[in-house]
Design a protein around this ligand. Structure first.
Ligand code: NAD
Length: 240
């Protein structure tokens, strides 16, 4: 069995699908103070404001013009055609990898469309807008439902599964991520320490602060660079 491939994706891969990145100047994320919508303190302070922000985010993800772009589709092709294992670890909460056909996707910051009850811990799928009056279908608590998304200060999800994948990979590729949000930003170092023979690649619009940690760098829009890179890996492998 050939070595596993682990792909880490960030907001940059969804930019050309019509979803703003975290650091886009005019983006949704820049128009709000994250301290006021993406922390547990904010939720306790003003549930309506926090829930409205995520209701709006969900509407953006469901907008007619938002769809997987060639980068998402190329990663689905890689999973279909590579003889070994391909794991996508995404920081994104959008559903574009799944919509493109990828099956092995780990959402480390949670997933839009999943709701959690803070009272009983019940997690369920739903596209409904949440309000402070929403009722948990399991324990009937009122006002305890929140998006099952990782807020600042909370533990990312599936970390054991992610570390296990990083430790068996022969190729690690980070796509469209600024390398500023931990623990994802530390994955490349983890791979290099635990798998010294693994090859590491940064694919981004421009060099990031993590650049020196990668063996190889490919810069440009993901919709062009990722399909070309996948074609190369499938036909010639990753070591030229
Ligand atoms: P980030 O906004 O910090 O960085 C995005 C990176 O993508 C930047 O380095 C930028 O240069 C690059 N980029 C922009 N357009 C690109 C393109 N067309 N092709 C290739 N690269 C491009 O995002 P992050 O590192 O993912 O961290 C921010 C946090 O906010 C993460 O948790 C992220 O998941 C979350 N977030 C998620 C979404 C989403 O679900 N789609 C959107 C915004 C933010």
């Amino acid at each position: 069995m050939p070595p596993a491939i682990v792909i880490l994706t960030g907001a940059g891969i969804s930019k050309e699908s019509g979803i703003d990145t975290f650091r886009d100047k005019d983006g949704l994320w820049a128009r709000v103070d994250l301290e006021e919508v993406a922390t547990i303190e904010a939720w306790h302070r003003d549930k309506r404001k926090v829930l409205e922000f995520y209701n709006e985010t969900r509407r953006m993800f469901r907008a007619a013009h938002v769809a997987p772009n060639p980068a998402h589709r190329a990663l689905a092709r890689l999973e279909r055609e590579y003889d070994g294992e391909v794991v996508i670890v995404t920081q994104n909460i959008d559903p574009l990898h799944e919509q493109a056909g990828s099956r092995r996707v780990i959402h480390m910051h949670g997933r839009d469309g999943e709701i959690r009850c803070m009272s009983c811990g019940h997690i369920f799928e739903s596209d409904i807008d949440l309000t402070p009056q929403s009722v948990c279908p399991n324990c009937k608590a009122v006002g305890e439902l929140r998006p099952n998304i990782v807020w600042f200060g909370e533990m990312p999800q599936h970390m054991d599964e992610i570390h296990a994948a990083l430790e068996r990979c022969g190729l690690f590729v980070a796509i469209g991520t600024s390398g500023e949000v931990y623990p994802a930003a530390g994955f490349v170092l983890h791979v290099r320490r635990r798998q010294p023979r693994a090859h590491t690649v940064e694919i981004n619009l421009e060099a990031t602060g993590n650049q020196s940690l990668f063996h190889e760098h490919i810069y440009g829009p993901a919709s062009q660079t990722v399909p070309a890179y996948v074609q190369r890996v499938l036909t010639r492998g990753w070591r030229d």
